[in-house]
Design a protein around this ligand. Structure first.
Ligand code: NDP
Ligand code: MG
Ligand code: MG
Length: 341
């Protein structure tokens, strides 16, 4: 059984006694900075010259500085810029300004696990990774709740890295929901596998194939959209509430029987073998290398794949249909349809 932590296991005064620099003010950055501030922590947001995020942070009353200045004054530096920029950001602006005993904190283990960032021995290296998007991390905190976190220590230079990790996790609201102890390696490899094989990659491909099979057989795209995409949320909500068993309990006996007999025909044992190959590429660093090499070259492969994905007919069908859904609320996010970023 995993080791779990809650609010009573952490001492807020540890992080409240430190100066914290949050580098980046995007999805996670804004949520961490605001939750820390509201928990009584001294926070400065570090942003690059001409950053489009600076006004948002200033409007919230947060202190904003250059990355160099924020880092130089900090006891704890929280690196919440996108994973693919962290290596050069660290080498050029963080490391040269870092206090010798400052702690480094991440929300994902990618750059440490794959060796793109190699902190000197004097730094605590900590991860507090919320298991949810940043906008939810902020919204739940404001509602008096929290998003669960997983917590790890890669390097315990001070001898107190765990106290700091748990204190930070408490300050962003994560221990209201609960924290699970992990390692940078476990978090990074399972996170990448989950999003590639199941959550993002697996599900997107499954939905697209389902839509293609129905429309190629002559069914209306709007009807196909409802059956393979729109209703997915209802099914996933049931799984989330009570596991696959609750989903099977809630659907009709016809649907449940079809689940048993047709699920394994679609997702064959060969798919499991493919998943193992995906995991092997994650573990070996081959996926990380492909991603970072492409990013370093200006992301030609990434942009090409993104463009092709947006052209899939399910997207235009969905765009038109969703205009009719008065019951689908507008969610607070920076996403605008047709320009996935
Ligand atoms: P975002 O893409 O939302 O970060 C954007 C922020 O980073 C902006 O403030 C942007 O500033 C800044 N930024 C971008 N490039 C640079 C640069 N070169 N130098 C300085 N600042 C820069 O990141 P996420 O919040 O998605 O991810 C941050 C970390 O959290 C990652 O490690 C990720 O894996 C992890 N994580 C993310 C989750 C999520 O919900 N998205 C969930 C759990 C973990 P500007 O306005 O200047 O562009
Ligand atoms: Mg991830
Ligand atoms: Mg149906």
């Amino acid at each position: 059984m995993a080791e779990l932590y809650y609010d009573d296991d952490a001492d807020l005064s540890v992080i409240a006694g430190k100066k914290v620099a949050v580098i980046g003010y995007g999805s996670q950055g804004h949520a961490h900075a605001l939750n820390l501030r509201d928990s009584g922590v001294d926070v400065t947001v570090g942003l690059r010259e001409g950053s489009s995020s600076a006004a948002k942070a200033t409007d919230e009353g947060l202190k904003v500085a250059s990355v160099a200045d924020a880092v130089a004054g900090a006891d704890v530096v929280v690196i919440l810029a996108p994973d693919q920029v962290q290596r050069s950001l660290y080498a050029e602006q963080i490391e040269p300004n870092l206090k010798a005993d400052a702690a480094l904190l991440f929300a994902h283990g990618f750059n440490i696990r794959f060796g793109y960032i190699k902190p000197a021995a004097g730094h605590d290296v900590i991860m507090v990774a919320p298991k949810g998007p940043g906008h939810l991390v902020r919204r739940e905190y404001e509602a008096g709740r929290g998003v669960p976190v997983i917590v790890a220590v890669e390097q315990d230079a001070s001898g107190h890295a765990w106290d700091l990790a748990l204190s930070y996790a408490k300050a962003i609201g994560g221990l209201r929901a609960g924290g699970i102890r992990t390692t940078f390696t476990e978090e990074t490899e399972t996170d990448l596998f989950g999003e590639q094989a199941v959550l993002c990659g697996g599900t997107s491909q499954l939905v697209q194939y389902g839509f293609e099979v129905l429309t190629e057989a002559g069914y209306q795209p709007e009807v196909a959209y409802f059956e393979v995409l729109h209703e997915l949320k209802l099914i996933v909500d049931l799984m989330w509430e009570g596991g696959i068993a609750k989903q099977r309990w809630s659907v009709s006996d016809t649907a449940e029987y079809g689940d048993y007999v047709s699920g394994p025909r679609v997702i064959t044992p060969e798919v499991k073998e493919n998943m193992k190959a995906v995991l092997a590429d994650i573990q070996s660093g081959a996926f990380a290398d492909r991603f970072i090499t492409d990013q370093d070259a200006g992301a030609p492969e990434f942009k090409d794949l993104r463009g092709k994905g947006e052209q899939h007919p399910i997207e235009s069908t969905g765009r038109e249909l969703r205009k009719l859904f008065s019951w689908v609320e507008d969610r607070d996010s920076d996403y605008t349809e047709g320009s996935a970023a």
